[in-house]
Design a binder for this molecule. Structure first.
Ligand code: SF4
Length: 219
């Protein structure tokens, strides 16, 4: 309906501090910093993305004319984030529930069930055509012109929680298992093939695919 708005999305990252630096005329005496003792998000390739600062999201979310219900405020304030809170508040959440649970495991330092497929199925290509396993990684795998199967990395990395890579790693797990089983069968490695087929994570992955079917269908 004209003049109305159903959803407002806030893509909130982090906080950078701006200070006066008299020894830096090149930056017009401005210094941007992230205090090392504060909790930080992804380290980034050159500099950290910034300080984890939930208060900033609260301020953005409550600033007029955006006035969300209690759901979005709960996710900021409560460490036990639950997808259902947002959904109940009318906010669509595309991340599979299992990925959100993985995030919680990651933050608690617990064992994560789904290793990342960054460097195996997903990549990051920079403007110099250097290929990285993801945009979190410091060193490239190779230049795109040197890429071949031998450059692929599959080590079950759980170094970060960038959902661009971690969500599809959960969703695609079952397909990778099928592929592994098939390849092992062709090599006569029956035990390894059976291990891939009967991996309990396949069911969790299928559940995630089913949960996200509405969004996957639109890709
Ligand atoms: S877990 Fe993070 S750092 Fe590791 S490959 Fe995936 S995106 Fe890259």
């Amino acid at each position: 309906m004209k003049g109305t708005c159903d959803f407002v999305g806030i893509n909130y990252y982090s906080r950078l501090r701006v200070g006066f630096e008299p020894r830096s005329p090149k930056t017009l005496f401005v210094e941007i910093s992230v205090p090392p003792h504060k909790p930080q998000g992804d380290s980034g390739i050159e500099v950290p993305y910034g300080e984890v600062y939930p208060e900033g999201l609260r301020q953005a979310a409550t600033r007029a004319p955006v006035r969300p219900g209690a759901a979005v405020l709960e996710i900021i304030q409560d460490k036990g984030r639950q997808k259902t809170w947002l959904q109940q508040g009318g906010f669509p959440v595309v991340n599979p529930t299992e990925s959100l649970t993985e995030m919680q495991r990651h933050l608690r330092g617990e064992h994560e069930r789904f290793g990342c497929l960054g460097g195996h199925k997903y990549f990051y290509l920079d403007w110099n055509l250097n290929l990285y396993r993801c945009h979190f990684w410091e060193k490239p795998m190779c230049n795109i012109y040197e890429f071949d199967q031998s450059k692929l990395i599959r080590d079950g990395c759980t170094r970060c929680m960038i959902d661009c890579y971690r969500d599809p790693s959960v969703l695609q797990f079952v397909a990778i298992s099928v592929s592994d089983a098939w390849n092992n069968l062709k090599k006569g490695k029956l035990l390894s093939a059976a291990k891939s087929v009967f991996d309990s994570r396949n069911l969790t992955s299928l559940k995630a695919v089913w949960e996200d079917r509405k969004w996957i269908g639109k890709v």
